[in-house]
Design a protein around this ligand. Structure first.
Ligand SMILES: Nc1ncnc2c1ncn2[C@@H]1O[C@H](COP(=O)(O)OP(=O)(O)O)[C@@H](O)[C@H]1O
Ligand SMILES: [Mg+2]
Length: 243
C-alpha cells in the first residue's frame, strides 16, 4: 500500500478538493483506495456522500480503544472507501503528543489497511503540530497544494524545513500549483518563473475553476458531474503523473 498525504500549513488551498478527486481517479484506475479524512470538519467525507459520520475520537483511536477498521464506510464509487472525519478529531495534536511514540502513531494506525487497500490518501487539516509530523513520517508522498502567491510559498518553505528538521525519512514532498488563476498577474508570473522549490513539481497544475466549487453542490468528485471540464482533466493528469 502506498500512502499519499495531502498537506499544507495553510487552509483553503485545495487540499480536500485534491484528496477527493485524486482518490476518485485512483479508484477508477483500478486501485483499492481508502481516503482517511483527518480533518474535524469532515469535508472530504461529506463530498463523498457520508451523511451521518460515526462519532470518532482522536483519544480513543490513538489509545487503540477504537479500532479504525470499524469506521470504514463505502462510497457509491467502486473501490473507494472513506474513514470519515469528525469533530472528535479536534484534539489530534494533544493526543498524539501524549502517545508513547508520537511520530509513529499514524504509521501504526494505517498499517493494518495494507491488506485491503493499495492506496491510502490522508486529507490533513492545516497546521504543523504532532499530527503533521506523524503524517509526514507515515506518508510515501506529501502533496502540497500551493496557490501561486507569496504567502502560500512561504507555507511550502515551512513544510520543507519541518521535514528536514524532523528527519521524517523516506517522505517525498511534492508541491503542485492549486487554484491558479492566470488572469491574475501575480499567479501568471509565479507559474512562468517558479521558485526553486517548485521546479520539480508535477507539470500539471489545478486551475481556479467553478467546477471544483460545485463539488459542494453535487457532493461528488468533479469528473462525476462534469467529466469534460478542464478541472476533471487536470485532476486526472495530476493523478497520472503521480501514480
Ligand atoms: N481549483 C479550485 N478552483 C476553485 N475553487 C476551489 C478550487 N479548489 C478548492 N476550491 C474551493 O476553495 C475552498 C477551499 O478548498 P478546500 O479543498 O476545502 O481547501 P483545504 O482543504 O486546503 O482547506 C472550497 O470552497 C473549495 O470549493
Ligand atoms: Mg480540507
Amino acid at each position: 500500500m502506498k500512502t499519499w498525504a495531502i498537506y499544507s500549513l495553510k487552509g483553503g488551498v485545495g487540499k480536500t478538493a485534491a484528496a477527493v478527486n485524486l482518490a476518485s481517479e485512483a479508484a477508477l484506475d483500478g486501485r483499492h483506495v481508502l481516503l482517511w479524512d483527518l480533518d474535524p470538519q469532515g469535508a472530504a467525507s461529506w463530498y463523498l456522500g457520508v451523511d451521518d459520520p460515526p462519532e470518532m475520537s482522536a483519544k480513543r483511536i490513538v489509545s487503540g480503544k477504537a479500532p479504525l477498521g470499524r469506521y470504514v464506510q463505502h462510497t457509491d464509487q467502486e473501490r473507494l472507501d472513506v474513514l470519515p472525519g469528525d469533530r472528535g478529531y479536534r484534539h489530534w495534536d494533544a493526543q498524539i503528543h501524549a502517545a508513547k511514540q508520537p511520530r509513529k502513531v499514524i504509521e501504526e494506525l494505517i498499517e493494518p489497511f495494507s491488506e485491503s487497500y493499495s492506496l491510502m490518501i490522508l486529507d490533513c487539516p492545516p497546521g504543523i503540530g504532532s499530527l503533521a509530523t506523524a503524517v509526514l513520517r507515515a506518508a510515501d508522498r506529501v502533496l502540497v497544494p500551493v496557490v501561486p502567491t507569496p504567502l502560500s510559498l512561504r507555507a511550502l518553505d515551512e513544510v520543507l524545513e519541518h521535514v528536514e528538521d524532523k528527519k521524517v525519512g523516506k517522505t517525498r514532498v511534492l508541491p503542485f500549483f492549486s487554484m491558479a488563476d492566470r488572469r491574475r498577474r501575480m499567479h501568471r508570473e509565479m507559474i512562468e518563473a517558479p521558485p526553486d522549490t517548485l521546479k520539480k513539481a508535477p507539470e500539471t497544475f489545478i486551475d481556479y475553476s467553478t467546477h471544483v466549487e460545485q463539488m459542494g453542490v453535487h457532493r461528488a468528485p468533479v469528473r462525476r458531474f462534469s467529466p469534460r471540464s478542464r478541472a476533471a482533466a487536470q485532476y486526472r493528469a495530476l493523478y497520472r503523473e503521480l501514480r
